[in-house]
Design a protein around this ligand. Structure first.
Ligand code: KIV
Length: 283
């Protein structure tokens, strides 16, 4: 059984140049496979809106959704560092609401940290949550909750002006108290600069190699989510194909009476004669 890592371990890994491999998970089975495979940390992302619930984006996801899926993941991965993702409008409205909702992830779902999206504009909330004793992961670059303002799910920091904003955001969230930072859909040159500039670990999802570790969404990397695949995804499996093939075979077997076979049924323990007598009683 793996020993559960803490934020101090991740800070130490940055110093040693040891990379962190993390994924998102939303349910018990995937979380338990992740733990068995030695995944370093799990994000219960609000991407569950798209991957699990079939929404077009993350906006409709609620605190109740996030808490419930975090509980499922914790049961599946009791010894893995888990991060609860603050959904849209669970922290933007006030510091008080941000602290209360962040606290729910720890109290109700036994998460080790929370993540929220944004840079300078959410620094007050980051400060308030860290002052409450909660480990906060920042998230800058492509931030799906504000994709409307970005004109869609678009890479960020491609030009000097937007890269400057990203660097300012990165520095600000570290100063506000973030203990790790996720950078999404940003060119590696910018990620590398931020990683070297900050003392806290900097992780990439679609932000290239030169940083302290990588995150992928389980639905993308397992080939389970077919609506769209971002450029930065590497597919390690094609579960959708496997599941569809299995269902097709099952339909065929049922229609052709090839399932169930003898090995799939329970066998009577009294004689057929005794059962015939029983059936006659009711005939
Ligand atoms: O919800 C999520 O999975 C995320 C990733 C896109 C980083 O926030």
């Amino acid at each position: 059984m793996p020993t559960k890592k803490t934020i101090l371990d991740f800070q130490e890994m940055k110093k040693k140049g040891e990379k962190v491999a993390w994924i998102t998970a939303y349910d018990f089975p995937v979380a338990s496979f992740a733990e068995q495979a030695g995944i370093d940390m799990i994000l219960v992302g609000d991407s569950l809106g798209m991957v699990v619930k079939g929404y077009k984006g993350t906006i409709p996801v609620t605190m109740e959704d996030c808490i419930s899926h975090s509980q499922d993941v914790r049961r599946g991965a009791p010894n893995t560092f888990c991060i609860g993702d603050m959904p849209f409008m669970s922290y933007q409205t006030s510091c008080q609401e941000a602290v209360a909702n962040a606290g729910r992830f720890l109290k109700e779902a036994d998460m080790d940290a929370i993540k929220l999206e944004g840079g300078i504009r959410v620094c007050d909330q980051i400060k308030a949550i860290t002052e409450a004793g909660i480990v906060v992961f920042g998230h800058i670059g492509l931030t799906p909750q504000s994709s409307g303002q970005m004109g869609g799910f678009k890479a960020q920091g491609l030009h000097v002006d937007s890269a400057r904003d990203l660097i300012k955001d990165a520095v600000a969230v570290e100063e506000a108290g973030c203990e790790a930072l996720l950078v999404e859909a940003v060119p590696p040159e910018v990620t590398e600069f931020i990683t070297e500039k900050l003392e806290i670990p900097v992780y990439s999802i679609g932000a290239g190699l030169p940083c302290d570790g990588q995150l992928l969404i389980c639905g993308d990397m397992l080939g389970m989510f077919e609506a769209f695949t971002p450029k930065f995804v590497k597919k390690y499996a094609n579960i959708a194909e496997d599941i569809t093939r299995a269902f097709e075979e099952y339909v065929k077997d049922v229609k052709e009476e090839k399932f169930p076979e003898d090995e799939h049924v329970y066998h009577i323990k009294d004689s057929q004669e005794d059962f015939d007598k029983l059936f006659n009683e009711f005939a």
